[in-house]
Design a protein around this ligand. Structure first.
Ligand code: KIV
Length: 293
């Protein structure tokens, strides 16, 4: 079978490594559905993450903790259907990989087999390092995630930046190096002081994608609903809003609701017409048998 010339080239893991070497920033964004994936594709994103942030942004949970594997798989499958070129990373939700290597491999395999992911992401250092190694040994690429890890936010004492002291930044570096040694192809650094990122990134060979980790990371990621101003909840300080779609959407739906109430919608152009003479025939038929079902 020959490759379709019209299809954009698919981003691969070696391509991301080359970008790091060439100091070309990697652009990653989250998506949770088919239209979101198409937008990320059209925008030329390198990597699309179906983040468990979708628990909050599209499913309405108050944290990422409650979201299930099946819910994440449904979101991820929709994104897969809308995506061609970007590398697709699925986020393993809390409770689906921590307890054992077997759990980790089985869950990662579902994201590849059932949702078409190119790679999966898991959070934290510690025992997650062994889980990452097990998934990688099973042939599935893994992206690590250190610093602020929302799945274990209670243990971290809240949504606060990590690595603000030398000791705490050293722990971030140790987790990152351990995940690299386990074979991760990339890491997310979340909410880490810019100076700490700048000190740690040169010690890593794999690309680091930052979110609230300053400009020294090899790439950046933002949550789709945050950057487009769709999500109505709290936004972290690292969020930059590139659009205010929520108010555009509210304005649009309000105009529609007002139109329906005032009779402004539908107009003739929004309807269908019968063939000439058919409405007269219908009236005759109705008057001949008005009460019959
Ligand atoms: O769930 C998510 O969206 C993430 C990104 C913030 C990296 O983990």
């Amino acid at each position: 079978m020959s490759a379709d010339a019209a299809q954009p080239a698919r981003v691969t893991i070696p391509m991301l490594a080359q970008k790091k070497t060439a100091r070309e920033p990697i652009a990653m964004v989250t998506a949770y559905d088919y239209p979101g994936a198409q937008v990320a594709e059209a925008a030329g994103a390198d990597v699309v993450l179906v983040g468990d942030s979708g628990a909050m942004t599209v499913l309405g949970y108050d944290s990422t903790v409650p979201v299930s594997v099946d819910e994440m798989l449904m979101l991820t499958r929709a994104v897969r259907r809308g995506l061609v070129a970007p590398l697709l990373v699925g986020d393993l939700p809390f409770g689906s990989y921590e307890a054992s290597d077997e759990d980790a491999v089985r869950t990662a395999q579902r994201f590849v087999k059932e949702a078409g992911c190119d790679a999966v992401k898991i959070e934290r250092g510690g025992t997650t390092v062994a889980r990452a190694r097990a998934i990688i040994d099973a042939g599935i690429p893994v992206m690590g995630h250190v610093g602020l890890t929302p799945q274990t936010v209670t243990a971290l004492g809240g949504y606060r930046s990590q690595g603000r002291t030398a000791e705490s930044a050293l722990q971030v570096a140790r987790d990152a190096l351990a995940l690299q040694q386990a074979g991760c192809f990339s890491l997310v650094f979340e909410a880490i002081p810019s100076e700490a990122t700048a000190a740690i990134v040169p010690r890593l060979d794999i690309p680091v994608i930052g979110i609230g980790a300053g400009p020294a990371a090899d790439g950046q990621v933002l949550v789709f609903h945050d950057l487009l101003g769709i999500y109505g909840g709290h936004a972290a300080r690292f969020v930059k809003r590139y659009a205010d779609l929520r108010s555009t959407m509210v304005d649009g739906v309000t105009a529609y609701v007002d139109d329906v109430r005032s009779g402004g919608y539908p107009e003739a152009a929004h309807g269908y017409a019968m063939e000439p003479g058919e409405v007269e025939r219908l009236r005759t038929l109705l008057s001949e048998s008005p009460d019959q079902p």
